[in-house]
Design a binder for this molecule. Structure first.
Ligand code: PLP
Length: 391
């Protein structure tokens, strides 16, 4: 088959589209990361990330994808044999828990149906039952990229407060930062795990943790082995992050991506994501007619505004549909992860995205459903267009 022409419509939930101005900003020669010209950009970009996190506390950054920041959050805050509580949301909460076990931590899980999401009452009950305060950290994936489920963080904070539980509150914001409302300090979050390749619209490869004063105090007593991710070591170095070479060109890009987010206004960025997500959901609800593909998530108030997971009807494979859509229309969609492989597909609608880009992806899905003979209700794209032309 010949190589498709035109730009690939990239509707993956990460990595995401990189804005042209970010690509241009990165397309510069490297300079010494101690050069005052670079240090100025570095400091400004770091301050920008803190504003996006909505924190005035601490920030540590790493060469490494989100897994690196996960590892940093665990090894800097915990000691061998300690217990954490993980709120199950899907593939990524499972992976974070698996990583914790590999470091010798005890993991308690609040189990949840991936289509419905965790019960906050169950979380509160588990915290209330832990009168000995064995649980040292509560880990939540704010936006479960694998299932398109958003967990209400203020409700988790309220459960901690209602029980007077002193556990640290750890949040993975990898697919929510710069896309969904997120307030580290206001929501009493002690450690935030973020990555470069989603709402920050950058290449993959840099991750970071926002860290509260309370977490930094816990870090001083935590004994899990660490070196590259060690916050004490970082704090002793001039860059306060990155043990080793700073990714200079990523910082050129980060400086620009923070500028773009702030030029649009963080609240407007969040509103744009909500609007594009709602248009996507309206399309899917139409496709669900005639026993077609339907929204995977069943809790309406938890449907993610950065990624929509769509369950295939029985007997039809989401990966076959994605293959057709990629090969015929040059549109890239996300697949089902782990046990959801082939059962769902995912439309990423986060980052540098506007209405026609989303509509192009939705139209390609609707055409793909026809090509593949998947039953569905006709007119999903019309429903999305009608919504996007309101107001
Ligand atoms: N957490 C979430 C919610 C994710 O979506 C991802 C990746 O998509 C990760 C963690 C892992 O991050 P990475 O793939 O950058 O290592």
């Amino acid at each position: 088959m010949s190589k498709p022409r035109g730009r690939q419509f990239f509707a993956n939930p990460g990595p995401t589209n990189i804005p042209d101005s970010v690509l241009r900003a990165m397309d510069r020669p490297s300079i010494d990361f101690n050069d005052p010209d670079f240090v100025a950009i570095y400091d400004q970009a770091r301050a920008g990330v803190k504003r996006v996190l909505r924190t005035t506390q601490h920030l540590f950054m790493y060469n490494g994808s989100g897994h690196g920041a996960w590892e940093a959050s665990l090894t800097n805050l915990l000691s061998p044999g300690e217990t954490i509580l993980v709120l199950e949301s899907g593939y990524f909460s499972d992976e974070w828990a698996t990583m914790a076990r590999s470091f010798g931590l005890q993991v308690r899980t609040i189990a949840a149906d991936w289509r419905v999401g965790v019960s906050i009452d169950d979380v509160q009950a588990a915290l209330a039952a832990d009168t000995a305060h064995e649980i040292k950290a509560v880990c939540v994936v704010h936006n479960e990229t694998a299932t398109g489920m958003m967990i209400p963080l203020p409700a988790v904070r309220a459960a901690l407060d209602a029980t007077g539980h002193p556990a640290l509150f750890l949040v993975d914001t990898i697919s929510s930062l710069g896309s969904l409302a997120f307030h580290m300090d206001e929501w009493g979050i002690d450690c935030v795990v973020g990555g470069s390749q989603k709402g920050l619209m950058l290449p993959t490869g840099m991750s970071f943790t926002g860290v509260s004063d309370k977490a930094l105090a816990a870090h001083a007593k935590a004994t899990l082995p660490r070196y590259y991710f060690d916050w004490t070591l970082m704090a002793s170095r001039p860059q306060k992050s990155f043990i080793g070479t700073v990714p200079v060109n990523i910082f050129y890009g980060l400086h620009e991506s923070v500028r773009l987010l702030e030029e649009e206004g963080l609240d407007n960025v969040i509103a744009r994501h909500a609007r594009l997500a709602e248009a996507t959901r309206r399309a899917v609800r139409v496709w669900a007619g005639n026993n077609g593909p339907e929204l995977f998530g069943r809790s309406v108030d938890r449907l993610s505004n950065s990624v929509t997971a769509i369950a295939m009807p029985d007997g039809f494979n989401g990966d076959a549909l994605r293959k057709t859509i990629r090969e015929r229309y040059n549109v890239s969609l996300g697949g089902g992860l782990g046990k959801l492989g082939g059962k769902i597909f995912r439309i990423g609608h986060l980052g540098d995205l506007n209405e026609p880009m989303l509509l192009g992806a939705l139209a390609a899905v609707e055409m793909g459903l026809r090509v593949e003979g998947v039953p569905h209700g006709r007119g999903g794209v019309d429903a999305a267009m009608a919504y996007l032309s309101e107001g």
